[in-house]
Design a protein around this ligand. Structure first.
Ligand SMILES: [Zn+2]
Length: 68
């Protein structure tokens, strides 16, 4: 399986919408687990990378060089 391209700061949509109604997430940590933050309610979730790759619907913005 090939990893999709994402970095910290990447904005993407998931196949499943968050209960708050938002479907856009920002990647906030990349490792063995991926941590993403809901742009609607700022809720964060950790997902194993393999599972995360399956759940991505679309990468919206590949802005991986932002430091926060
Ligand atoms: Zn949310």
């Amino acid at each position: 399986m090939e990893d999709k391209k994402y970095n910290i700061g990447t904005i993407l949509t998931m196949k499943k919408q968050h209960p708050c109604g938002e479907n856009k997430w920002e990647v906030v940590r990349v490792g063995a687990d991926i941590k993403i933050k809901c742009l609607g309610c700022s809720h964060t979730v950790m997902i194993p990378r393999v599972e995360f790759n399956k759940k991505i619907k679309k990468i919206i913005s590949l802005d991986g060089d932002k430091n926060e």
